[in-house]
Design a binder for this molecule. Structure first.
Ligand SMILES: C[S@@+](CC[C@H](N)C(=O)[O-])C[C@H]1O[C@@H](n2cnc3c(N)ncnc32)[C@H](O)[C@@H]1O
Ligand code: SF4
Ligand code: SF4
Length: 297
């Protein structure tokens, strides 16, 4: 069985306990305007062009089978309408200005990488995390990867936005040991305006996780002026308290990865990270609503 993997991060300390291997699966049903991994949203392999690295050699123009490379002065980009993301130009680029995101891999190929890190899991209390994109959107490929990890005794963690058909989510839920579950916005209309989908499925799946007593950590990507209002944090606290949850991990807005928007011929988000006093004020709102708040690593 195959799926599209866009990165396998080894020795990660940020995606769950201990030392971890994080497998990033490409494709996401949401389009968060602040997403730091815009290349993770499409389900297909994609070309990224980092014009600042281009040394103007022209090799890509000569190689492209589709005439999709366009020259502006001494830099070479591509016409997105013509480019088929075939990746031929990546092979000849001497300066890494061209990069493919997303590679078709089999379960066995992914597990070969995972297995080579496994010596670190038991000593550190680590294991394997599945992220994305939205890992649940990879369907049976994700399930097969989880099964392969569990059969080897590796701890498994899922970094999810919760958008998943409930029957499939239940199947995944039974197999995963720790969930990192995003809570982005509590208002369904605002959730849809921001991300493209409302939060009905998300809250349904989250409710089921709480009901099943699964180990989970709520993560809030905190975006200035977008979801850090007293009203939204209050609604979040009300939902979580009802489910016996009194703690959240916050991911304060960062701009890492925003350079990848231009590399995909997209406009980068117009967002700035918090000033320290603004972040403190936002965190205080969580505390006022009875939530212990930790900045996620
Ligand atoms: C790229 S997402 C992938 C997992 C899953 N699709 C989700 O949305 O939770 C990984 C984590 O990064 C967070 N994130 C994405 N962009 C961010 C940004 N600009 N600043 C802070 N956190 C961000 C997401 O909210 C999520 O918790
Ligand atoms: S990915 Fe393929 S079609 Fe697109 S610019 Fe490169 S060689 Fe041309
Ligand atoms: S092959 Fe790379 S360095 Fe050469 S012109 Fe194309 S993008 Fe620039």
């Amino acid at each position: 069985m195959e799926g599209i993997v866009y990165n396998i991060q080894r020795m990660s300390t940020k995606d769950g306990p201990g030392l971890r291997t994080t497998v990033f699966l490409k494709g996401c049903p949401l389009h968060c305007p602040w997403c730091s991994n815009p290349e993770s949203q499409s389900f297909k392999p994609q070309l990224l062009v980092f014009s600042n690295l281009c040394v103007g050699c022209g090799a890509c123009e000569k190689t492209c089978p589709n005439g999709a490379v366009i020259r502006t002065g001494n830099t070479f980009n591509r016409d997105r309408a013509i480019c088929t993301d075939c990746g031929a130009c990546v092979e000849v680029c001497p300066s890494q200005a061209r990069e493919m995101s997303g590679m078709r891999m089999t379960v066995a190929e992914v597990m070969q990488v995972v297995d080579s890190d496994s010596i670190f899991y038991s000593n550190s209390g680590g294991g394997v995390t599945f992220g994305g994109g939205e890992p649940t959107a990879a369907g049976d490929f994700l399930v097969a990867l989880i099964d392969a990890c569990r059969s080897r005794g590796y701890h498994t963690c899922l970094d999810t936005c919760g958008v998943c058909e409930p029957v499939r989510f239940r199947k995944i839920m039974e197999k995963i040991e720790l969930f990192l579950f995003d809570c982005k916005h509590m208002d369904p209309v605002e959730h849809k305006r921001l991300t493209g989908l409302d939060n009905t499925l998300i809250l349904h799946n989250l409710h089921n996780l709480f009901e099943a007593g699964k180990e989970l950590r709520i993560r809030v990507p905190l975006m200035p002026g977008i979801n850090d209002t007293d009203e939204n944090i209050g609604a979040m606290a009300e939902f979580l308290h009802r489910h016996g949850c009194f703690a959240v991990d916050v991911l304060p807005c960062h701009t890492f990865g925003f350079n990848k928007y231009r590399a995909l011929n997209l406009s980068p988000p117009e967002l700035l990270p918090y000033k320290p006093e603004e972040l403190e004020a936002a965190l205080a709102r969580f505390r006022r609503h009875g939530l212990r708040v930790t900045i996620a690593k």
